[in-house]
Design a protein around this ligand. Structure first.
Ligand code: ATP
Ligand code: MG
Length: 395
């Protein structure tokens, strides 16, 4: 008798020819996430099994691994066609649970097993009813789900089930560069991209002394939270001060934000290419602020060719906040430190910026040289999810 973890893939299992590429990546990510534990991982047709002595800690960690649809602690018995033996084994574990109503669900991938799934469920249900007091079957909304899986070499049974993160294994989609500010939106955008299998690098624009060390620290803390899902994370910090000051001095103030964001996009595209990131990801959401009207997005986006993915484009703020609470970034995001976007905010930012004006105004600053300099000074901070205090040493 054996207690282990069974993993189901969900959406991943719709992949046909290249499913093995995804599964290999998933296994690698699980091994990485569990590297502090002694584990043995094995595939078995549509399932992955993890054996370990640290089963509770491992289960805790698996909730952060993308590509897992469901993960359960299961009991394993040797394949046997003796339904009474199975029933008694299940019954023994059922007694550990408090419940009034239950339901048995059986999956039989081993078609050689002599009984059909429905029949197995019925017999096991009857054994439970006969050997317990005051229990009832409820197929619609049971308090205890009893699951049985009859496979080729073994039979597994488990109770209730844990929903995984879903999506695809990190890195299976390639790399993307997340524009990470200290706000609520961008960490959520990063999390959403990670769940689709994108391995994230992050980029933060700072403007010292107008922005503080605390503001940077906040972004590092947000990156650490994302690292839990991303395995680890490389954070690029770009000094944006000279560019921002040049914009502030030379450009009509209603266009400050528009031009500033065009500069951010230009730099982000270059950093992405240098680091083999195929897309940019940011936390823009249609209509949220002046720089996120459709006209603003259009004139800002036109300075780059790299695809810009905006996972939150159509999300309401309240829904974004809910996700930020779930991934534990909300409380960091609402710390009050200023961002480089907030310190030079004009009173009346343009809502429908024009392409021609942007080009005309940008001629007033030598931005190409400033961009080159900023990129040459890219500070890279490598963040692993292991040691939460390690990176404060850098500051
Ligand atoms: P957030 O809550 O993520 O800060 P926001 O609603 O405040 O977003 P903006 O400040 O206009 O919106 O920024 C839009 C997006 O641009 C952010 O979600 C982020 O992806 C990116 N961005 C803004 N400021 C920075 C910065 N200092 N460094 C890196 N990316 C940034
Ligand atoms: Mg912001």
């Amino acid at each position: 008798m054996n207690r282990l973890i069974m993993i189901k893939y969900g959406e991943l299992s719709t992949k046909k020819d290249n499913i093995n590429v995804f599964l290999k990546q998933l296994k690698k990510n699980i091994e990485f996430a569990l590297k502090d534990y002694d584990v043995n991982i094995e595939f078995d047709k549509g399932r992955m099994f993890v054996e370990t002595k640290d089963i509770d800690k491992v289960v805790e960690r698996l909730q952060y691994v993308a590509g897992i649809h469901e993960y359960n602690i299961v009991y394993k018995m040797k394949y046997s066609e003796d339904i009474d033996e199975l029933g008694q084994n299940v019954l023994e574990k059922v007694k550990d649970y408090e419940f009034n109503t239950f339901r048995v669900t059986t999956k039989r991938s081993n078609k050689k097993y002599p009984l059909e799934s429905m029949e197995v469920s019925r017999i096991i249900g009857a054994i439970i009813l006969k050997n317990t007091k005051d229990k009832k079957v409820d197929v619609h909304n049971p308090e205890l789900n009893v699951n049985v899986e009859i496979r080729l070499n073994a039979i597994y049974y488990y109770f209730n089930s844990e929903e995984g993160l879903g999506g695809y294994p990190v890195t299976s989609a390639g790399k993307g560069l997340l524009m990470l500010s200290g706000g609520i939106d961008s960490p959520v955008a990063g999390y959403m991209a990670i769940k689709r299998g994108v391995k994230i690098e992050a980029l933060y624009f700072e403007s010292p002394p107008h922005t503080s060390i605390e503001a940077k620290n906040k972004v590092i803390n947000l990156a650490k939270k994302l690292a839990i899902y991303n395995n680890d994370i490389k954070l690029h910090v770009i000094n944006f001060t000279k560019i921002q000051e040049a914009i502030y001095r030379n450009i009509p103030h209603d266009y400050l934000i528009t031009i500033m964001r065009r500069m951010m996009y230009r730099i982000s595209e270059k950093i992405a290419h240098r680091n083999r990131c195929k897309i940019l990801i940011n936390g823009e959401s249609i209509g949220q602020v002046a720089s996120q009207t459709l006209s603003s997005m259009a004139v800002i986006n036109e300075v780059v060719r790299i695809p810009v993915i905006r996972p939150l484009a159509c999300f309401d703020k309240l829904d974004i906040i809910k996700i930020s609470e779930k991934i534990d970034t909300y409380n960091i995001s609402i710390e009050p430190y200023e961002d480089c976007c907030t310190i030079f905010v004009p009173k009346h930012p343009v809502i429908n910026p024009e392409h021609d004006k942007c080009e005309e105004y940008e001629k007033l600053i030598e931005y190409e040289e400033l961009i080159r300099e900023a990129i040459a000074n890219d500070e890279v901070i490598k963040i692993s999810n292991e040691d939460n205090n390690k990176y404060s040493d850098l500051l």
